[in-house]
Ligand binder design. Structure first.
Ligand code: NAP
Length: 527
């Protein structure tokens, strides 16, 4: 049952005077439950509790943290259809989309639990002493990754489960040993409260300290700002717009003690159509791209918002096929009227730019908050000159750029902003013939896809979800997969430390049987 209150550690609290409601985009009406925005005092209480909890939580054995993460998964599943229905109500998603996203959320929790059980992720590195080395003896040095401290996670609007309260950022931070304060997305305050209740139950059942998790409501930017400025907060995770991510990044850097902000922001995910592939299968490519552009009403950070090809009769027929296919797609409900308004405004802004033509514009009657797909086209020279055309239009939208030559295509790729993904649709031999295109694209993105679509992010260790700015604020890290834990830790070295006082990961006996780098050799042996 929803209360509309904040979770300050294990306690529900509603001291603030500002209230708000979430919105049902399918019904186009406000939902009933009233939510209380966290007051300044409540924010301070949550951060103080997280700070205290950190002193305990960082020392809790990995196996117990693993049980905590698995218990969160169990409690989320136990919420059953109450949770599924609430996500549908607050996000306008279909039942299948919610169940799929929930499965991904549970899988992420279980994956990090397994990582903790195995234990080698701490990158234990040991250089044993050489007491008789000349001219100076070498000390015993032992390094591992340790948690940074309390982390603030901003819930995403477009992934109410998998990138929100118990989503990728939260689970990676909890696995690392960091308490988490979630600033829930105002559109998903109910879902966030329900998921928070599952996390709190799991924390209590597995004996985690009060304050290891808090969930704060907000309907404006003030709560997030106070959290990011708070001296007890040591890192931030964010998914959303470039404006929001950049504002928080700047704020964190202006603090007396700057802290990292790992923001995953906009991306237009360029798709390169090479000539031979178009000659062979332009109809098939158009079909899969019509689906990818409109998947989830285009509300994915991996949405293919830019398609680049070389002027030819094959590109013309691809354009015609894409137009036909897009108009066959049934528009889906978007997250919120504000997102729909932004979508309509940004589409219009693009349409009004010079030399723009429309390939497909869905104009049939739709429900109030459905996203009507739009595909525009422009020549390469105009695209190069006009940076406005490089911007993300969040929703079922894509821009097809018709280049004069391979040379122009390469210039365009080199001038793009940083992206999460880049896709090359080609025959295999074209990858070698046009290796300069491949290299140019690799410079701008975090993941290259061959003959596929950028939508659909597999959650596994080899996934890179992040790219050069502004795709993310730090391209050295991923927001998806086990390596995302590296965002919430720092390397730490013990010098000449007594063996029995070292963390287990660094002790001579290697009691956890983890893989370590000992005197430059990987090994799971004792010393
Ligand atoms: P958003 O506007 O960036 O907001 C995300 C979160 O950040 C919200 O909780 C918001 O707080 C907070 N925030 C935003 N600006 C802030 C600031 N200056 N200071 C402190 N906190 C701030 O994103 P959104 O609400 O999810 O969607 C809006 C637009 O973002 C979309 O239309 C789309 O263009 C883009 N977006 C892109 C992606 C992507 O993956 N590329 C994903 C999601 C959204 P409040 O809501 O409480 O104000």
């Amino acid at each position: 049952m929803l209360t509309g209150k904040n979770y300050i550690g294990n306690s529900l609290s509603a001291n603030g005077i500002k209230t708000f409601r979430t919105f049902d985009p399918k019904e186009n009406t406000e939902n009933e439950q009233v939510f209380y925005e966290a007051s300044s005092d409540e924010i301070n209480q949550a951060t103080e509790l997280a700070h205290q909890a950190f002193q305990v939580y960082r020392t809790i054995e990995s196996s117990k943290k693993s049980k905590f993460l698995n218990a969160i998964a169990d409690e989320i599943l136990a919420l059953g259809d109450d949770l599924v229905n609430l996500v549908m109500q607050e996000a306008g998603f279909t039942y299948e989309r919610v169940v799929g996203e929930r499965a991904r959320t549970l899988w992420q929790l279980q994956m990090f639990a397994d990582l903790l059980d195995e234990g080698s992720w701490v990158d234990a590195t040991i250089d044993t002493a050489q007491l008789y080395r000349k001219p100076n003896p070498k000390p015993d040095l032992r390094k591992m990754l340790i948690p940074v401290g309390p982390v603030v996670v901003f819930g995403a609007s477009n992934f109410p489960l998998a990138y929100s309260t118990a989503g990728g950022d939260t689970v990676a931070a909890l696995a690392a040993g960091c308490p988490v304060i979630v600033k829930s997305h105002p559109m998903h305050a109910g879902v966030s409260e329900l998921v928070a209740s599952a996390i709190i139950k799991a924390a209590q059942k597995t004996g985690m300290p009060n304050g290891v998790f808090s969930n704060l409501n907000s309907s404006g930017i003030e709560v997030g700002i106070q959290l990011v400025k708070h001296p007890f907060v040591k890192a931030v995770g964010f998914t959303g717009s470039i404006n929001g991510g950049r504002a928080l990044f700047n704020l964190a850097n202006q603090r007396p003690e700057p802290i990292p902000v790992f923001a995953e922001m906009g991306s237009i995910n360029p798709v390169i159509l090479l000539p031979k592939a178009l000659q062979k299968r332009n109809e098939e490519i158009a079909k899969i791209y019509a689906q990818s552009i409109t998947l989830g009403s285009g509300q994915f950070c991996t949405n293919p918002g830019l398609i680049l090809g070389i002027k030819s009769k094959e590109l013309d027929s691809f354009t015609n096929y894409l137009s036909d296919e897009i108009l066959l797609m049934k528009p889906g409900c978007m997250l919120h009227p504000t997102i729909v308004d932004n979508f309509e405004t940004n589409k219009e802004k693009m349409r009004q730019q010079e030399n723009i033509a429309t390939i497909a514009s869905y104009e049939n009657g739709v429900n109030k908050n459905d996203g009507r797909p739009l595909i525009l086209t422009v020549d390469g020279t105009t695209f190069l000159k006009n940076p406005q055309l490089h911007q993300e239009v969040f929703g079922p939208f894509s821009m097809l750029v018709q280049c004069e030559s391979i040379g122009e295509l390469k210039t365009i790729i080199s001038q793009l902003e940083g992206q999460l993904t880049g896709t090359i649709i080609a025959e295999e031999e074209e990858l070698l013939i046009h290796s300069n295109i491949v290299e140019a694209l690799q410079n701008r993105v975090g993941r290259l896809i061959f003959n596929g679509v950028p939508t659909g992010v597999e959650v596994c260790p080899s996934m890179q979800h992040g790219g050069p700015y502004p795709a993310s604020t730090d391209s050295r890290f991923t927001a998806v997969g086990i390596h995302s834990i590296k965002r919430w830790v720092r390397p730490f070295t013990y010098q000449n430390w007594p063996n029995e006082l070292l963390p287990k990961a660094l002790q001579d006996e290697n009691p956890q049987k983890i893989i370590r780098l000992i005197n430059n050799q990987l090994s799971d042996s004792a010393i």
